[in-house]
Ligand binder design. Structure first.
Ligand SMILES: Nc1ncnc2c1ncn2[C@@H]1O[C@H](COP(=O)(O)OP(=O)(O)OP(=O)(O)O)[C@@H](O)[C@H]1O
Ligand SMILES: [Mg+2]
Length: 259
């Protein structure tokens, strides 16, 4: 995105992904510098979720390279235990928040947040508890620490999901339409947490249908369609006077619908 000698936090080079005969990502290049926020927008089926899932190696790409802080994420050369170890390392450095909160229903809010650091990092119970409380405080839910997910609103669940993702101290946060399953009045509380992370210079890749939020929060914006990056630019440029007709058409539809 900018000329720099620093290693990008996330870098994609010529990433291709097929599902059977359908090529969903057709050669994606993307570079996100440390502490920067990129919004990814585009019509349904354009490959946005597949792209994020590929970054996290939830999807195995067919061609190209994905790097996290200079370390190659996709490693077709690794097999068995070595591959598992590698993937665990990568996933520990990336927090992901999906559209549908997938909290563990049988665990309290606090235990949802502390599970990964306890199990994966072997963190002591007292340290994990302190970390969990700090993160719940940060998302405004310290008073819900002992409550089970079924007693939380959608926005609260999603904030716990963010705290849970942060518990591994990730280098990057990936958001896939984190607010699109929420009632409109609950969207803002989640957006505020995401804005807070932005202010703390968390590197973030955000897939969203909320154009206003994307314009406000991101350093760079990318419009995808049909598995390609149609255009990428500063949010001011992309949202206000996009160069490509496809982007103009998409934004007319979406900004129109939001107004
Ligand atoms: N596991 C899968 N198997 C087969 N096809 C898939 C799979 N996952 C996604 N696809 C297809 O890949 C294409 C891109 O899907 P993807 O979910 O990445 O789109 P998207 O941009 O996130 O869309 P939306 O805005 O609706 O979430 C779609 O045509 C979808 O049907
Ligand atoms: Mg999607």
């Amino acid at each position: 995105m900018t000329q720099t000698t620093e290693t990008p936090m996330v870098e994609l080079k010529g990433v291709k992904k097929r599902f059977g005969d359908l090529e969903v990502l057709k050669g994606i290049d993307l570079s996100v510098d440390r502490g920067k926020i990129i919004s990814i927008i585009g019509p349904s089926g354009s490959g946005k979720s597949t792209l994020l899932r590929s970054v996290n190696n939830l999807e195995v790409i067919d061609e190209g390279t994905i790097l996290l802080d200079g370390v190659q994420v996709n490693r077709p050369d690794l097999k068995g235990l070595a591959y598992e170890k590698h993937i665990n390392h990568i996933r520990q450095n990336m927090g992901m928040v999906f559209q549908h909160f997938n909290l563990f229903p049988h665990l309290s809010t606090l235990d949802n947040v502390t599970l990964a650091p306890r199990k994966l990092k072997g963190m002591k119970a007292s340290d994990a508890r302190a970390l969990g409380m700090e993160l719940l405080e940060r998302v405004g839910l310290a008073d819900k620490a002992q409550v089970y997910p079924s007693a939380l609103s959608g926005g609260q669940k999603q904030r716990v999901a963010i705290a849970r993702a942060l518990a591994m101290r990730p280098k990057v946060m990936l958001f896939d339409e984190a607010t699109s399953a929420l009632d409109p009045e609950l969207v803002e509380e989640v957006n505020l947490v995401m804005k807070g992370l932005a202010e703390e210079h968390m590197t973030m890749l955000i897939v969203t249908h909320e154009m206003t939020f994307a314009r406000d929060v991101s350093d760079w914006a990318m419009f995808m369609d049909g598995g390609v990056v149609v255009e990428a630019n500063t949010p001011e440029h992309l949202f206000s006077h996009p160069d490509q007709e496809r982007t103009q058409h998409f934004l007319r539809k979406h900004l129109g619908a939001q107004a």
